[in-house]
Design a protein around this ligand. Structure first.
Ligand code: DX5
Ligand code: ZN
Length: 215
């Protein structure tokens, strides 16, 4: 299977959101990556359900929803209703992660766990068989356009090893600072899903950049 490219809507032009959604619809991209920030778990606030509803209305590809919020369990059903196909919670925000993941799956969504740069992949050992995706943060969450943290490669390699040995089918997603210089090495190290915000939306030709990231 070739890797998945998920442009991050956070870097879209919100004054021209429909235009940018159509660009992704008509591009080689596979998913929409949707960042929800609450100003508590992370220092920034992104957008909420009204914007997500517009996204749901126009998007023709799966919505990969990444919650950077405290107590995400409160909103599992609401994000299902808003069209999420993949729903990802941060391990750092979940005292009962196994139950949270079961709830997501019971509603028919794919269950993802995101880990911050300081969080070891080894903490996933006892949940890896019961989840569908691991989002490895390659920047500290909160903002688009940050610099990629090099230690990510080591984490991806260890995570890939864990997944192969556990028989898990979890996908490895890389989120933050993915660009034309690092994407190939990330895929070669084991990444299945590349999130790209700044690299896609700041380029002169976003559709061409998405094609380049697919190669
Ligand atoms: C960061 C978000 C990312 C962000 C990535 O907190 O989770 O999804 O949009 O943006 P870039 O690709 O610009 O680093
Ligand atoms: Zn994200």
């Amino acid at each position: 299977m070739s890797h998945i490219v998920a442009p991050s809507v956070l870097s879209a032009d919100f004054g021209n959101l429909q235009r940018d959604i159509e660009m992704i619809n008509n591009s080689a991209a596979d998913w929409f990556h949707v960042d929800i920030m609450d100003g508590v778990f992370v220092p920034n606030i992104s957008f909420g359900f009204p914007v997500l509803k517009s996204l749901q209305k126009h998007a023709k590809k799966p919505l990969d929803v990444h919650l950077m919020i405290v107590d995400p369990d409160r909103y599992t059903q609401a994000f299902k209703d808003a069209g999420a196909e993949v729903l990802t919670f941060h391990i750092e925000a979940c005292p009962h992660l196994h139950r949270s993941m079961q709830n997501i799956r019971s509603l028919g969504m794919k269950a993802g766990v995101a880990i911050n740069p300081h969080t070891s992949v080894e903490l996933l050992q006892d949940i890896i068989a019961d989840i569908d995706l691991v989002c490895v943060m390659s920047v500290n969450p909160g903002f688009g356009g940050q610099k990629f943290i090099e230690n990510t490669y080591k984490k991806v390699a260890r995570l890939k090893d864990m997944i192969l040995h556990s028989g898990s089918k979890a996908l490895i997603e890389i989120d933050g600072g993915v660009d034309m210089n690092n994407y190939r090495k990330l895929v070669d190290t084991g990444a299945d899903v590349l999130v790209a915000g700044n690299t896609v939306f700041s380029s002169s030709n976003p559709a061409e950049t998405i094609i380049a990231l697919k190669k």
